[in-house]
Design a protein around this ligand. Structure first.
Ligand SMILES: C[S@@+](CC[C@H](N)C(=O)[O-])C[C@H]1O[C@@H](n2cnc3c(N)ncnc32)[C@H](O)[C@@H]1O
Length: 239
């Protein structure tokens, strides 16, 4: 798949899609996997013969994570894993929080074994939600989490929302160019829509969002995937 995913892609279907790739991944007896920016939970299942390393800048998040065999509290921009250490690198909802995602992608390529997979889930900066996320300050994100989503401890250390940069270099086009320049094969590179817009209950907010997305579509001459707020990339390092 190398294009915008049609319709709404449910979370469980996305997980199933990725799980197939993980289950088919060849390895030498022990699957070595890295969750980069692991947070407190992994959304995928790993085989019994897997060694799961998690790296996160937040000790609070690492402490809550019970799925890892090895925990490293460090910044993924700067940490130095040995070359070709992992069969699989997962980075889910983390890239948008990085000051220099391209530097981190270069690290991933170095840390990955030949034949290994990098899985990236990130917001699409060129979408209606992407623009709002990118251009509103962090305190607005904290207020939204606290008063719209009802998460009272939002913004406390180790708690969402995390400061967000959402660099333009995370666009699907930029990820495609990065893959080409670093010799990665593209298994999947797609934008997609999630069901979150259906959860806007307040009729005024719903109307405002509809107006904003329609205007954006018109002003971009329908060149933007306005509702396709997320990107999934599955990249393979050739043998
Ligand atoms: C939105 S959470 C996602 C967690 C998990 N991957 C998930 O999907 O549930 C983002 C995570 O990235 C971590 N993070 C942010 N910047 C980081 C960095 N430079 N190095 C390592 N981890 C980082 C945060 O501490 C947080 O746990």
């Amino acid at each position: 798949m190398n294009h915008a995913h049609p319709g709404i892609w449910e979370f469980s279907d996305r997980v199933a899609y990725l799980q197939q790739r993980i289950d088919a991944l060849p390895h030498d007896g022990l699957l070595t996997a890295l969750e980069a920016g692991c947070g407190s939970v992994s959304h995928l299942r790993f085989p019994d013969q897997a060694h799961l390393t998690g790296i996160d800048i937040s000790q609070e998040q690492l402490t809550r994570n019970t799925m890892l065999h090895e925990k490293i509290c460090a910044d993924i921009h700067a940490h130095a894993f040995p070359e070709a250490r992992f069969d699989l690198i997962m980075c889910w909802n983390v890239m948008e929080h990085l000051n220099d995602p391209i530097q981190v992608l270069r690290n991933f390529v170095r840390w990955l074994k030949p034949g290994g997979l990098i899985i990236i889930g990130t917001p699409n900066p060129y979408s209606a939600k992407g623009f709002v996320t990118k251009f509103t300050p962090h305190f607005v994100h904290v207020l939204l989490y606290r008063y719209v989503l009802g998460k009272k401890d939002a913004g406390q250390p180790g708690t969402e929302p995390f400061p967000t940069y959402l660099r333009w270099s995370l666009s699907p086009r930029s990820l495609k160019l990065f893959s080409r320049d670093h010799g990665l094969e593209i298994d999947t590179l797609t934008t997609y829509r999630t069901p979150w817009e259906a959860n806007i209950r307040n009729p005024l907010c719903r109307a405002a969002w509809k107006g904003y997305t329609s205007l954006l579509a018109v002003f971009s001459l329908n060149q933007l995937d306005v509702h396709h707020s997320e990107t999934l990339a599955v990249l393979r390092k050739p043998d």
